[in-house]
Design a protein around this ligand. Sequence first.
Ligand code: SF4
Length: 282
Amino acid sequence: MVRGVVPRQPAKSGRQDRVRTAAAGTRRAVEGTRVRSKITKAPAVASPAKKSVSGSARYNPLSPERVAEILKRLNQLYPDVTCALHHNNAWELVVATILSAQCTDVRVNMVTPGLFQKYPTVQHFAALKPEELEPDIRSTGFFRNKAKSIVGAAKKVVEEFGGQVPDEMDKLLSLPGVARKTANVVLGSWFGKNEGVVVDTHVHRISRRLELTKNDDPRTIEQDLMKVIPRDRWTLFSHQIIWHGRKTCIARKPKCAECSLENLCHAGDKTWSTVEMHKAAH
Ligand code: SF4
């Protein structure tokens, strides 16, 4: 006899169906167990795959493989991006970058054509008083401070650097109103030198969302990025992230459903997700 097969019992009461019912019940119970075991087993098969992209102990947001994949996708998305601030020489880029603080690049690009027509060289700017420059840059915000910085930087470039914007970090940082962000923009975009990573509002936000940094201070974020992004990608990475921030990963409502980085991103403020979200990543 095959094990587990219960022979049909002769009916004592003539109600054979009780036996059938019991057997059917047993069968159903066994099948039910099998079905249940299938249901309970399914996630066990699926979970390792999910864990590999989410919050398992092995997940490392800074792993070279993950960073390389992010860079690869950024290359596919934005192969030829450059600095969004219009400029024709290093000095114009210094001015445009100073003006871009707390202001959109679009607004700066509306202001600079007229400005550079009115004051075509660094010597023209150096000859101004800040108050004379203020009306021309008023619409970019914080115009008093920006006017002081631009005129002060122009004077220093003319008086100490022979009218040439220096191509070294230390010298650039000595110009009034020029901090690391402006210096990195000028060195990377005009002089082709990867001396650092530009950390503007987009790079700040998206680096945190992608868990490439946990920090909040631009200088520390830059150091974190310089550790994980290959040096030859520093300038391009900044441009690509800035474009991504403008087009897709916008501050308030990132367009996660149409983002090519979606399944690599665990940001806590995603608007749509196929992977586990990490609260702290935003
Ligand atoms: S998935 Fe969303 S939050 Fe993450 S990078 Fe893309 S747009 Fe930004």
